[in-house]
Write a protein that binds this ligand. Structure first.
Ligand code: TNX
Length: 536
């Protein structure tokens, strides 16, 4: 070979090695939510069956995290990586700083992938990012023949908002244990950390209360459309709490009141109000179907159970805010549920109480807040609760009325952002969507992505915002396929809105990353909506 020729060969060889047939670089991988900073470097890490997981720091918490990693990759890779404190290729390093510090660092080189964080939650989020750095099939449910390489580079990350949530309405249609767990699994992949369970509504009471057993025995018997309904025993609920906790998700239970209470009023007729109307006429304001009646001779209210309700219209029911028994029930419910809820929040509902008089509503909300505080929890309520005096630290969940959000901010209370026009997962994508409602808006994927909580309303500044929550109301949702169709891909967009700074978010970038997440959903058998906005 001539001198010249060998120079050319050398040059070509170098070229092949530097930019040869590699996969995407780290910053081209489908990382959702987008990390704060991603820098790519040359090379990649290959995970093989002989690799082990090295734990540095508190072994008990790290072992649980290593187990989660192993469980996540086992079906697709077949690997069961050894875990210990000897040198390993996957390194989990826990510094043991502040528990509420959710930040982490992930460094991938050709010899190892290392995650470091102050808290176990940070390590957990690092694991989610690392899993997204591998080929999408890594979460497949069956064995895959793939080289498990992750591009080299360094990620530094922490979330924009401390509360990143989703809500499941298990009241309109009951959602069973396996489907809720499956939902929790998917939330965890997106670094969401609060699951709000809407446990009661006109159509069903879904959580066992031992001191008021008929709430579920009668109130849990049906659902929208007349199906058989169902409910969680307290043991079921605790199992969900634990399952979520293992994935760094906190459950927020909601008992919606004083409206949306028909199921409770069907279970306990003695709670069903007959109310003195302003003109002095005694009448019933509850359920037009059937409710309490007035004995016109004695002018006494004869309280009777409401009928179970399977329709979709709401706003017709109310607790009797003048009745002491109402507060006895509320106290028992809040007490029993708080005892089995380790998280800080208790959601008191408070929306659409259209047949509760304004002063009664305010009196009720203020009394219920006190009850919740007495049982050691912080109240969250739908934005209407801000028409009452909120206790310091309580949260208003903005869904419809900017004026209400402004009232909360004016009182010094924080806002949880769930604007129906952007964050409601039950809204149809467009007029052809097979299920869903559209009273607030049609929400295509780009619309769910393209908004900033901190700029949504002139009345709500960034510092007023606790976080973002995406609610799934289930009037039209009957099974897992329905849940998945409405939730994915939009939950990924909302997770990024909650985690990543507004300045770094970019629709074109999201579009290409979500297409890769789509491959992962495909591999996991998730039946997501193939939005025409994305080249899946
Ligand atoms: C309004 S959002 C409601 C729910 C419905 C939902 C349907 C809110 C606080 N109340 O009762 O399920 O619309 O989109």
């Amino acid at each position: 070979m001539t001198y010249q020729k060998s120079i050319i060969v050398l040059f070509l060889t170098a070229l092949v090695f530097s930019c040869g047939p590699k996969g995407p670089s780290l910053d081209e991988r489908g990382l959702i939510p987008l990390p704060k900073s991603v820098s790519s470097s040359n090379g990649s890490f290959e995970l093989t069956s002989g690799a082990s997981i090295q734990l540095i720091g508190d072994q008990a918490s790290l072992e649980q995290l290593a187990r989660y990693f192993n469980q996540s990759i086992k079906p697709a890779t077949g690997f069961e990586l050894e875990v210990g404190d000897g040198e390993g290729q996957i390194v989990l390093e826990l510094f043991g700083g502040a528990l509420d510090d959710e930040s982490y660092e992930l460094e991938i080189s050709s010899s190892q992938a290392k995650i470091s964080a102050d808290s176990p939650a940070g390590i957990f989020y690092g694991i989610q990012t690392l899993l997204q750095a591998f080929p999408s099939q890594i979460l497949a449910k069956s064995a895959q023949n793939v080289a498990w390489t992750a591009p080299a580079g360094k990620i530094q990350d922490d979330p924009e908002y401390p509360y990143r949530g989703s809500m499941l309405d298990v009241a309109r249609h009951f959602i069973g244990m396996e489907d809720v767990k499956h939902y929790i699994d998917q939330m965890a992949r997106l670094k969401l950390n609060y699951l709000h369970l809407h446990l009661t509504d006109d159509q069903g009471w879904r959580i066992e209360i031992k001191s008021w057993p008929k709430l579920t025995e009668i109130g849990g018997k049906t659902e929208v459309g007349g199906g058989e309904g169902g409910f969680f025993t307290q043991e079921n609920y605790q199992e969900l709490v634990r399952y979520a906790q293992e994935r760094f998700i906190t459950i927020v239970p909601e008992i919606d009141m004083p409206g949306h209470t028909n199921a409770a009023l069907a279970a306990y007729g003695e709670l069903n109000p007959g109310i003195n109307l302003p003109d002095g006429d005694l009448s019933t304001v509850n359920n037009p179907l059937k409710g309490s009646e007035i004995d016109f001779n004695s002018k006494m209210i004869i309280r009777q159970p409401a009928e179970l309700y399977t329709g979709m219209e709401v706003g017709f029911s109310t607790f009797d805010t003048d009745l002491e028994l109402t507060y006895q029930l509320v106290d028992d419910v809040v007490r029993e549920l708080s005892e089995i809820t380790p998280g800080p929040y208790f959601h008191i509902g408070g929306d659409e109480s259209h047949v509760t008089r304004k002063d009664d509503y305010i009196k009720f909300v203020e009394r219920v807040q006190d009850i919740v505080q007495k049982h050691g929890k912080i109240s969250i309520g739908w934005d209407e609760v801000a028409t009452a005096n909120l206790l310091p630290g309580n949260i208003a969940q903005f869904w419809a009325m900017e004026d209400n959000a402004a009232l909360a901010v004016g009182q010094g209370n924080q806002i949880l952002m769930s604007p129906a026009k952007k964050a409601y997962l039950d809204m149809q994508y467009d007029s052809t969507s097979r299920i869903g409602l559209h009273w607030a808006a049609y929400i295509e994927l780009d619309s769910a992505y393209l908004w900033d909580p901190a700029n949504y309303s002139p009345n709500i500044k960034k510092s007023d915002i606790l976080g973002v929550e995406a609610p799934l109301w289930t009037e039209t949702v009957e099974d897992r396929a329905d849940i998945e169709y409405l939730t994915f891909p939009r939950l990924a967009a909302l997770a990024e809105v909650a985690w990543s700074p507004g300045s770094s978010r970019d629709w074109e970038s999201f579009k290409s990353r979500v297409a890769q997440l789509g491959e992962s959903w495909e591999a996991q058998g998730i039946q997501f909506y193939k939005s025409p906005k994305v080249a899946w």
